[in-house]
Design a protein around this ligand. Sequence first.
Ligand SMILES: Cc1cc2nc3c(=O)[nH]c(=O)nc-3n(C[C@H](O)[C@H](O)[C@H](O)COP(=O)(O)OP(=O)(O)OC[C@H]3O[C@@H](n4cnc5c(N)ncnc54)[C@H](O)[C@@H]3O)c2cc1C
Length: 403
Amino acid sequence: MEKADVVIVGAGPSGSSIAYFLAELGVDVILIDKSNFPREKICGDGLGPRSIKMLNKIGLSDWLSSSGYYRCDRIRLFSNSGAYFESKIPSEDTPYPHFYITTRADFDQKLVETAAVAGARVFMGCKAIDLVASGGTLKGVRVDNGGIIKEIPCRVVICADGTHGTFTRRTGIKCIKPHALAVRVYCANIKGLDDCINIYLDKRIPEGYAWVFPVSKENANIGVGLSCHMMRRYDIEIKGLLDWFLTEKATYPLDLSSAIMITDVKGAYLRMGYGRHKVLVDGILLAGDAASLVNPLSGEGIAYALESGEIAAYAVKAALDKGDVSSKALASYKDELDRHFLMDHRVYEFLRWLACKPKWMDRAIRKGRENPNFAAKFVSVMMSTARPTSIFSPEMLRCYLGP
Ligand SMILES: Cc1cc2nc3c(=O)[nH]c(=O)nc-3n(C[C@H](O)[C@H](O)[C@H](O)COP(=O)(O)OP(=O)(O)OC[C@H]3O[C@@H](n4cnc5c(N)ncnc54)[C@H](O)[C@@H]3O)c2cc1C
């Protein structure tokens, strides 16, 4: 029977990243996923500067730049009134001031392959169904591997099963409910696509936004995401909202009037806002969306999934080396996540609330048109290449509040 020091449940960006870093550290690791890869994952497909930085660490930057994925160097941010500013992602805040739009089927497959090359053993079509414990001590994971129930003995289990995964519940940790819902569709025949990703704020999309992320000069991943709380409060039907965006919303300088949907509209929930539930118990860690690491303002989650993977790998390696995988021995994982995300996520939640005020955002967009430095810092905060508090710096406030 297969056994390992660590079993990772879920081979999305968080699981594959942990598997890669652990294998590089010489740890015996098994990565499993219930799906057979390549598999579709509902996503905006945007890899921002922080994701690209992590892919560089994983040795995938050449693959990314040579794979033909669409690259964007600028962001266009629209206010409720249709006014917009454009800005580059400032290079003083990141060595990777771009966006790539990939497909998750390819991207996640490449990450899994990279983890396997590093030494992780990978089992696809293998669903984790329960934890195995004896006398209160973790002994492994029970899996359904193509209809055959097996146990994989291990010392540490990582739950990287995403927002929709149900395996995390087996740990007894009560995760928060997903905060937001988003839907996306791929469209062809769009006019005006260039090297900008496009983000539309609108009072019809409270606590959310619509996006147009180009995948070619004519095709784009188009979607809309907003908080579940606002959907309930204003009785918003999200597919209807996307339909309105595609057919009625003024999107100039993009022209969606002849856009043709080339896929079905599909949606998924986002569990965002780190720090509201446990991320570890004895022998078990949660990573990526399972740890609610999606950015509460932007909905970006891939970067944090990859980052939590690296942080988890070092914490697990240190605990294994000490021969102690208790929650106390693994606590450096939570400490590091707190240091990276706790304060920032609270500030992003506040910014999400501010972004809901059309008058304030209209003013921010106007200021961004007038002052490129203001626009650039705004974009850095949205892309989380600058700390969110930097939006309240004296220069930013002077510009925003000035005439
Ligand atoms: C509509 C939408 C648009 C988005 N757009 C963006 C974007 O443009 N950029 C961005 O950075 N983020 C975006 N996100 C967020 C991003 O998709 C997630 O943050 C990211 O996928 C999290 O990675 P993960 O590895 O934690 O989880 P996932 O990618 O969800 O991977 C979890 C894996 O676990 C597997 N699994 C689940 N249960 C089990 C089990 N019991 N046994 C075995 N395997 C299991 C699943 O099959 C899956 O492969 C978007 C999300 C949505 C919903």
